[in-house]
Design a binder for this molecule. Structure first.
Ligand code: ADQ
Length: 476
């Protein structure tokens, strides 16, 4: 069987099954690499004053991990710059936060070329290459330019934005053209895939074939939805592990008979944390009878502290939760517990299990794994209720959640009320349907479907002469 080479911006060496430190995406990639013998290649997270191109190889739990350092200017322009100040806000519909600096685009191109230079010697005939996420969109073009003929697929973990938004990006056409050097383009949902297709069909005169492939720039690619999942069985064992049980017991004790609402997020403007708190404020103001009967545990962890848009977020969140607490608190009750620390996977599973309602209300999110983890951690006999934003990719699959518009405080407040009052029988019915989906569309299904589509597309492509059309020209 051919090897799988996974390329991502950062490499988190795979840990043994159920390890406590890995987040959703790292677990997903580790799972893929455990199944196929493979190499995981990416940036080490370290910087050097000047770029060396040196590759460091390690063998960790059956997976070969290959990393390289970047120079400081690369990190500023490629990672903090184009990836997190340009693409991330733009793809999450925040053009007000998007920075369009020419140097960021140049750094992005330079680092993608450096990734390709370092990666090429690792690729053997027959290997399949799977590139992850928005940091590395042009990588296939760079690999092809260096003669790589292997199957190359790309998976976007964040939304693909509406056509009108992508047009605000300088050189948007070049970015999209570079995607036509892949064999398969993966998105979480049909919605993100259709947004990509809409750009191709309407902006560059591309065409869609009856089998779903799209053609433009003289090339053909297969865009397809592959909804990412979690490892639900691992989550079930995490929640009943010693640490999972201990954190559950601690939470139950500290609830003191109250109902607990829960938010768990990286502190990011896309997650809608402020809007969630304001909806909760509204709920308490409109329903004073709920005071002392409920509380909200909001766990938010730091991320991307080099980027200005993130720097005052803790201060703002603390000020907002402080104001809401000041307005509603009583001598023996605080409405919001505002926690900033990371938790182990086991602790998190215990916390999810103890929560009566999960508030997953991003303003825009590629998928959102917290929603799936919450469902997997529930007790079958007495499950909690998931309140889920319509703008999370997960909403396309998790229709038995209470789906809300996170921009409407009233809508979210109404859903929380409904969740708190929901009879056990309805909770069980909704949870069963959600859990069936989490089990069916799990991380293994995601991985296997993507790898199979990549193999298939490459086989079909190799057997077919590829039409070449004048560079830069669209097709009608
Ligand atoms: P993220 O934006 O990071 O991922 P999400 O999918 O919710 O969002 O994953 C977050 C992960 O971090 C979860 O596994 C969660 O358990 C973990 N986590 C969050 N807070 C934590 C804490 N305090 N302690 C411990 N763990 C914590 C991006 C996209 C998403 C997409 C994923 C995967 O933005 O839309 O679902 O990639 O494709």
């Amino acid at each position: 069987m051919s090897r799988l080479i996974v390329v991502s911006n950062r490499v988190n060496p795979p840990a043994p099954e159920g390890a406590s430190s890995q987040g959703g995406l790292a677990m997903a990639i580790s799972a893929a690499l455990r199944e196929y013998s493979g190499v995981w290649f990416g940036w080490s997270g370290n910087s050097t004053p000047t770029y060396t191109g040196q590759l460091s190889m390690q063998r960790v739990n059956g997976v070969t991990v290959a990393t390289m350092d970047l120079e400081e200017q690369d990190i500023e322009e490629y990672y903090n710059g184009y990836a997190n100040r340009t693409l991330w806000p733009l793809f999450h519909y925040r053009i007000d936060l998007t920075q369009y600096e020419r140097s960021y685009g140049e750094g992005y191109e330079r680092v993608n070329a450096r990734f390709a230079d370092t990666l090429v010697p690792l690729i053997e005939p027959g290997d399949i290459v799977w590139v992850q996420d928005y940091h590395l969109i042009p990588l296939a073009r760079e690999l092809r330019a260096r003669g790589v003929k292997n199957a190359i697929g790309f998976f976007l973990h964040i939304p693909w934005p509406a056509r009108e938004l992508i047009l605000t990006l300088p050189r948007h056409r070049q970015l999209v053209e570079s995607m036509f050097h892949y064999d398969v383009l993966g998105f979480h949902t049909e919605e993100w895939k259709n947004a990509f297709n809409s750009y191709v069909l309407h902006e560059v005169g591309g065409m869609q074939l009856s089998d779903g492939r799209v053609r433009a720039f003289g090339r053909m690619v297969r865009p397809q939805a592959f909804p990412i999942g979690i490892d639900p069985a691992a989550f079930v064992s995490l929640k009943t592990s010693a640490l999972g049980q201990e954190s559950y017991d601690r939470m139950v004790e500290s609830k003191a008979g109250r109902k607990m609402l829960l938010g768990v997020d990286r502190l990011d403007y896309s997650k809608g944390i402020d809007e969630r708190l304001l909806a909760y404020d509204r709920l308490l103001a409109d329903n004073p009878d709920l005071k002392r009967k409920i509380f909200l545990l909001q766990i938010s962890t730091a991320t991307r502290s080099e980027v200005e848009a993130y720097q005052d977020m803790f201060a703002k969140l603390d000020a907002l939760s402080g104001r809401i607490n000041g307005a509603h608190a009583e001598m023996d009750w605080i409405p919001i517990r505002n926690v900033h620390r990371m938790h182990s996977r086991e602790e998190l599973a215990g916390i999810y299990r103890a929560a009566d309602v999960a508030l997953v209300t991003p303003l825009r999110d590629g998928m959102n794994l917290v929603a799936k983890e919450y469902v997997a951690a529930q007790d079958e006999d007495d499950p909690g209720v998931l309140v889920l934003s319509r703008f999370a990719g997960a909403a396309a699959q998790m229709k038995d959640a209470l789906i809300v518009n996170p921009f409407s405080q009233e809508d979210v407040a109404d859903a929380i009320k409904k969740a708190l009052a929901m009879p056990l029988e309805e909770r069980r019915k909704r949870w069963r349907a959600l859990m069936d989906g989490v089990e069916r569309d799990d991380i293994v299904a995601w991985r296997d479907k993507f790898v199979a589509a990549l193999r298939e597309a490459h086989k079909a492509g190799a057997a077919r002469p590829r039409p070449r059309i004048a560079a830069g020209g669209g097709e009608g």
